[in-house]
Design a protein around this ligand. Sequence first.
Ligand code: PMV
Length: 335
Amino acid sequence: MTHASAPGKIILFGEHAVVYGQPALAVPINQVHTDADVSDSDRAGIWVNAPDIRLHAELSGLALDDALAATISMVCSALNIDFARRASSAEAISSLSDETASQKDARRVIPDGIEIKVTSSIPLASGLGSGAAVSVAIIRALSAHLGQPFTDEQVNEIAYEVEKIHHGTPSGIDNTVVTYGKPIFFIKEQPIELLHVAKPFTIIIGDTGIPAPTKESVRDVRKLWEQDKRRMETLFGVAGALAKTARQAIEGGHPERLGALMNENQRVLTEIGVSSPELDRLVEASRKAGASGAKLSGGGRGGNMIALSTKENAEKVVDALYIAGAKNVIVTEVT
Ligand code: PMV
């Protein structure tokens, strides 16, 4: 059996604006993760077993645009293994399928059948990167099981193609932070920049419990952008500037400065139309309990919010979030 795990993530600054070329900051969250286990099977074909979503099916029984099916097909295609019976996007795959002679040599004998089991503690559609974590865990475990573990770059490239199935025009921030498992400063289509955290800080993550597909909020933001590009690009620019200032604060050892920047980012996100009454309630409750800043994180409209707190005050913020209706709260130390 071959095992791989991928963490969840939060976006600290710059969601949505990042889709339009602005910088954003994201960090992995190791308290939640997706695990993929790949084993040989007596049954022919590729069997996918994902009990969390009550799925147990052979690859050919999954829809062509199913993200799991696409992930598996892309891995097999990149390895020139044709026991994947279908591919979601010939175009996406063609760029990944250049196999070197040494890769061919390293390829192991492929069994008739394999089973891929996927389990996850990352809530779906909550802004914690569950889609990217599922992709990354499967890509790592499957490529390793088939004798050719992919590099981070290869993993990230395929996970990005899968993100396009999840929500059309992704920036790539989710797959990148989940693949590398480190805090990042991210600009779409630019080389990855790791973020140096000079002084650790505490972030509290509150879940509204309301699933909110990123696809929808990204689509709605695009509609607003099409209606009034100048206004929206000004707002995106403010978010981008906040991300840059936040990077300086984090790398300069002044995380206490992040609170005010988070509040400002939340104001921009509200203007962009991606907050919600439930998110606003949790943001407000955490601030009242002493958090120096709070904002939604990810696609918005539901899902999770984040608050900056001192370590000493964290418990008070956690209690306040539960009282205000949070379905789950995670305390994490960004290092
Ligand atoms: O997938 P989520 O909900 O964590 O959010 C992704 C962040 C967005 O900026 C809204 C979309 C993107 O592709 O960057």
